[in-house]
Design a binder for this molecule. Structure first.
Ligand SMILES: Nc1ncnc2c1ncn2[C@@H]1O[C@H](COP(=O)(O)OP(=O)(O)OP(=O)(O)O)[C@@H](O)[C@H]1O
Ligand SMILES: [Mg+2]
Length: 307
């Protein structure tokens, strides 16, 4: 954005400017049925919303051109009335608001962000999709789009990585998919071992490099662990056709090297990326994707704390 564009968080004192943007932006859209309720907002309703939870206002050359309202929804931060004037389209105003909203969510301890988008506006939907939002729910013509925030954790030793997997396993159930990314030796199999211990499954979990996939049945009545190494797999079709002797809807599936391949298996997944430091330390980034993880809170997992 150019230097004469500012973005700031505002309260009810800027209700008139926010309302101007919202009305103008929403009136500018193709007619929708039912119409967007944004057009019914008044200075009073906007002021009340802004005083309660705040919002964002973008100004360009001193004129209000973009706005949104913030609304806490449990652990998620909701974005409402996201509006950008057509006169500034292409300047990245919406992207700037999205990224500021994400910072606010992170700073205030929300676990993710959520918004509603109309199915009649595919451009809007693909805008949010490109920012990592996924469809979480659908109510008539209204899509709920959700983006969970990534969580970062330092894992000082292989033991801590295993322990992390063990704690993570407490949160995993039938049908869950975990995608592990990271260089050779980053610790993907080590983490999977921990998941196997946590799930209480049979068999030693080793790198399945020469078999592509291995099924570890539960020692009790829990879900089996399907451990896949997608390193040499060509495409998702192959992953679908593994012909496992197990229904992956009934299993916890962990895919090493699954990035770009395993996503198609499920709209809900945990994306884990391991980065190797020069020493033993690893940095784990965990990104929950999809409505399954809406209530996911890593803070409650009871992680190792020495990292
Ligand atoms: N903090 C750590 N977390 C995980 N592994 C660690 C850590 N520190 C050292 N290690 C060592 O690094 C190695 C990780 O090997 P592992 O097989 O888990 O990696 P991988 O990512 O599965 O590799 P590949 O790409 O070959 O499948 C192990 O020997 C482990 O003991
Ligand atoms: Mg491995």
């Amino acid at each position: 954005m150019s230097d004469d564009t500012t973005i700031r968080e505002v309260d009810g004192s800027r209700a008139a400017d926010v309302l101007t943007v919202v009305h103008e932006a929403f009136a500018d859209r193709p007619p929708l049925d039912p119409p967007a309720t944004a057009l019914q907002e008044t200075v009073e309703t906007v002021r009340e919303a802004l005083d309660a939870h705040g919002g964002l206002l973008v100004e360009h050359d001193g004129e209000p051109v973009g706005a949104l309202l913030l609304e806490p929804r449990g652990r998620l931060l909701g974005l409402r009335r996201v509006g950008v004037l057509s006169s500034v389209r292409g300047l990245g105003v919406a992207a700037q608001m999205a990224s500021r909203a994400r910072e606010i969510a992170q700073d205030r301890g929300f676990t993710g962000l959520e918004l509603e988008a109309r199915v009649e506006l595919p451009g809007t939907i693909s805008f949010w999709r490109n920012l990592g939002y996924v469809e979480a729910d659908r109510n008539g013509n209204r899509l709920t789009m959700l983006r969970m925030l990534p969580i970062t954790q330092t894992l000082a030793t292989a033991e801590e990585t295993r322990e992390f997997g063990e704690h993570l396993a407490e949160r995993l159930g039938p049908g869950d998919l975990v995608i592990l990314t990271g260089d050779l030796g980053a610790g993907k199999t080590t983490l999977t071992k921990g998941i196997g211990i946590g799930l209480g499954v049979r068999g030693d979990i080793t790198s399945p490099t020469f078999v592509i996939a291995r099924v570890h049945p539960s020692l009790s009545d829990g879900p089996p662990l399907v451990h896949v190494d997608a390193y040499r797999l060509g495409d998702t079709a192959e992953l679908d056709d593994l012909d496992l002797d197990t229904d992956i809807d009934e299993a916890v599936t962990v895919v090493e090297w699954g990035e770009g391949l395993a996503e198609a298996l499920s709209g809900d997944r945990l994306e884990l990326s391991l980065k190797q430091a020069p020493d033993e330390q690893r940095t784990l980034t965990l990104t929950p994707v999809g409505p399954r993880w809406r209530e996911f809170d890593l803070g409650s997992i009871g992680l190792v704390t020495s990292g």
